[in-house]
Design a protein around this ligand. Structure first.
Ligand code: ADP
Ligand code: MG
Length: 744
């Protein structure tokens, strides 16, 4: 959507529509979270094709109307703790709109939009910003683009979780049965004790009962109690066992579904997110969900039944007394609701602190080499300490509050018990109630408050578990890359002709990285891509693999748009050596064979030979069985590169892509790889990106890129003769190599 629109607060919509002309279109409407003086307050900015409007605070606030043609320049300027949008006018004082750091992205888009209009360029802003606040309730989100725990539809989520039980219907039935039995068997003992007291210990009804009978009855009742106890034990056993089994299965199902989806999601998805945050979906969110399934869901049933059963029992014994003991209930509920509202704030804060702390740990440990290289351990420790302290403070606050909550709850519960003693006692004295009934009443009261407290507490707990579940579902619902799209064109035998037709692409649609690229590559041709760093070379080859889809134009392989080719066929016939070679932990042979499971050892060795890697591999003590650490840490950069070249050539691709594949090897080795590559590229279409221009001498054609465009194209000799961009690059490198030569 090529607009950037915040939802206006009440009253503002009217104000805006009354100032705009009938057919005036809002391109941008954003809220700044600071007042004009930089203090607390809000201002709104509306941009239409003709003017910029700034709505100052309040209904009566001024509206500054700035026609686009009066603007000299719009820009954002950083301030301490925030920034401001500055609109400089040609003949009037400048207008400043301060905003806080969290809105930086929004305002950079706004500024760019205004500038585009001012310069008469195409208007293109990114309306799909990172979300930091909930759209519906405007609360701060626990994580960027996250889910608002307060706005979840619990029933829908619960339904979705429950749907995972479907494959395990019979176990679920066992569970439900066990829950019912547990509940009933917990409700029975007070009735039995009532009979023990009234019929055996203090017989009021039938005074002629003999002592012998009383003894027998006592024995019988105690036996019944034992029976009930055994029943409870059995039901709890079945219950515990099924729930553990079920919850483990269901979470495993959810987790593997989640992981499956994570593997299938596009790179675009990952570009927008931190890996740490995605990982926590798999680990902590699914763990939390499991906790809820074990300790939450089944007790929901048990405690619900329990409440119902207790109320029925109480009312059937004495409805008057029941009404009395229910007096504190509204207070208990009100207190619970009030309290958990309050707690939610703490939880959100806590969750934010937690993810802050963890992402810092993740980053610092991943980058431990950099930390050590610059001797910044102390700084990292102190950053961590600050965050950890904050986390602890928030945690303590939450715990203290929770403590107060439970103590108050107990106090309110005690009120109910006292009512039972006082009014129940009066009725016993008056002879309206038997002692046994009073005792049963007392027991049920004790049973009643447990479930009540549980329901008060489970709310927030459920909120957290469900927020986790929703975060998981969000990923499961993200459309994956279409690997087996039935409409896709199967192309099991690509010849390797590649055509770029007017391709424009940007990782962010509003900021193109490649502009109108046209290119026609014949089958078997070797193309060298050169240019300064950041001009879009890697991006160009990413598009051939369809890691991303083009924004405009198309890329065709053998005349078929890559978007129509079955992804599996496309990727399996492209061999790519990434700019940053990544190896998995495992042996060298495993890593070479990664793209072709089941490759024979001979094939692996042949691939290693082709990549000039065989010699260094066999010189290692364990040869092909050498274990490379996580990410291949135990190998040098050049070794890693050669292994990844071997990996790329193993499955004999029709299109070979080498992205700076030889940047980390010495000149000698490079020569050898060079020869190997010359052999390799025969019969394949090859795209080679190289930093060292001499590497590309054998290329059929060289493309020189600059700022996302192809600026020169031709053979090595042609381009040198032309004395253009390529010539300059070569000159530059020669100077550098001369400097190196002198030093040596
Ligand atoms: P080269 O390979 O020529 O050095 P790239 O194609 O990697 O350049 O990058 C071109 C531009 O795209 C750079 O400005 C870079 O910052 C940007 N870029 C690269 N990858 C991403 C990404 N995943 N998300 C956003 N921007 C990116
Ligand atoms: Mg690159």
């Amino acid at each position: 959507m090529n607009r950037l629109i915040d939802q206006p607060v009440n009253g503002l919509a009217k104000r805006i529509s009354s100032t705009l002309a009938q057919d005036e279109q809002e391109l941008i409407r954003v809220e700044a979270d600071l007042g004009a003086d930089g203090h607390f307050g809000t201002q709104w900015i509306v941009v239409t094709p003709k003017r910029v409007l700034v709505y100052q605070e309040g209904e009566a606030g001024e509206v500054i109307d700035i026609p686009i043609e009066d603007i000299a320049i719009a820009r954002t300027e950083g301030l301490i703790g925030g920034a401001r949008l500055e609109i400089h006018r040609k003949d009037a004082p400048s207008v400043f709109v301060p905003f806080s750091k969290t809105q930086a992205q929004k305002f950079s888009e706004t500024t760019r939009g205004i500038e585009q209009l001012r310069k008469g360029q195409d208007f293109f802003v990114n309306g799909d910003l990172d979300k930091t606040r909930c759209k519906e309730c405007n609360r701060l989100l626990p994580e960027k683009n996250g889910i608002c725990p307060a706005c979840i539809n619990r029933f829908a989520t619960l339904g979705r979780i429950a749907a995972y039980l479907k494959p395990y219907k019979s176990r679920a039935l066992w569970l439900a049965g066990a829950s019912v039995v547990t509940t009933v068997s917990e409700l029975l003992p007070p009735i039995v004790t009532k009979h023990i007291i009234d019929d055996v210990l203090v017989p009021t009804v039938d005074t002629e009962v003999l002592d012998g009978d009383r003894l027998g009855m006592l024995g019988m009742f105690v036996l019944v109690l034992v029976g009930i106890r055994l029943l409870t034990w059995g039901a709890e056993w079945v219950h515990g066992w099924t729930i553990t089994w079920l919850s483990a299965r269901v979470t495993a199902d959810i987790r593997s579904q989640l992981y499956k989806r994570l593997e299938m999601l596009s790179l675009q998805f990952y570009d927008k997110r931190q890996v740490g945050a995605v990982m926590s979906r798999v680990t902590s969110d699914s763990g939390r969900l499991q906790d809820f399934l074990v300790d939450g869901l089944p007790y929901m049933l048990i405690n619900g039944l329990m409440l119902l059963g207790i109320l029925v029992a109480l009312f059937s014994m004495s409805w008057q007394l029941t009404l009395y003991v229910l007096i504190p209930i509204p207070a208990i509920i009100a207190w619970g609701v009030f309290f958990w509202r309050r707690m939610r704030r703490f939880f959100t804060k806590w969750m934010q602190s937690w993810s802050d702390t963890m992402s810092r740990v993740n980053e610092a440990l991943t980058g431990i080499r950099v930390v050590k290289a610059f001797a910044q351990e102390e700084r990292e420790i102190s950053v961590f300490k600050t965050r950890n302290d904050k986390l602890t403070r928030v945690g303590i606050q939450a715990e203290v509050n929770r403590g107060v909550f439970f103590k108050t709850m107990t106090l309110l519960t005690a009120v109910g018990v006292m009512i039972v003693w006082y009014y129940g006692g009066l009725e016993v004295i008056d002879g309206d109630l038997t002692l046994g009934t009073l005792m049963a009443f007392y027991s049920y009261m004790m049973l009643l408050y447990g479930p009540l407290e549980w329901f008060g507490m489970v709310n927030s707990w459920m909120t957290r578990a469900f927020a986790g579940a929703e975060r998981i579902f969000e990923i499961i619902d993200t459309p994956p890359e279409a690997y087996q799209d039935p409409d896709a064109v199967p192309m099991p035998n690509i010849t390797g002709q590649v055509k770029f037709d007017d391709v424009t692409f940007g990782y962010d649609k509003s900021k193109p990285v490649l502009h109108e690229i046209d290119l026609d590559v014949k089958q078997g041709e070797m193309i060298g891509l050169v240019g300064k760093s950041g001009v879009g070379k890697t991006t160009t080859v990413n598009l051939i693999c369809r890691f991303y889809d083009v924004d405009r134009g198309s890329i065709q392989i053998d005349g078929e748009d890559v978007r129509n080719i079955r992804l599996e066929d496309l990727r399996s016939q492209i061999g790519i050596v990434l700019q940053e070679p990544f190896l998995f932990s495992g042996t060298i042979a495993d890593n070479i064979g990664y793209g072709k499971p089941g490759a024979t050892f001979e094939q692996i060795v042949a691939a290693a030979n082709a990549a000039a890697a065989h010699d260094f591999i066999v010189s290692k003590p364990d040869g092909y069985d050498t274990v490379v650490g996580e990410r291949g840490d135990s190998l040098s950069g050049g070794e890693r590169q050669r292994i990844s070249i071997a990996r790329a050539v193993l499955h004999d691709p029709k299109i070979l892509i080498l992205d700076e594949a030889t940047s980390s090897v010495d000149v000698q080795t490079e020569k050898r790889i060079q020869e190997a590559i010359t052999r390799l590229v025969k019969g394949r279409t090859t795209f080679a990106i190289a930093h060292r221009l001499s590497t590309l001498r054998n290329a059929d054609r060289l493309l020189v890129m600059d700022a996302g465009r192809i600026v020169e194209m031709g053979t090595h000799e042609e381009l040198l003769e032309k004395m253009g961009a390529f010539y300059n690059l070569v000159q530059l490198q020669e100077e550098i190599s001369q400097i190196i030569a002198i030093k040596e």
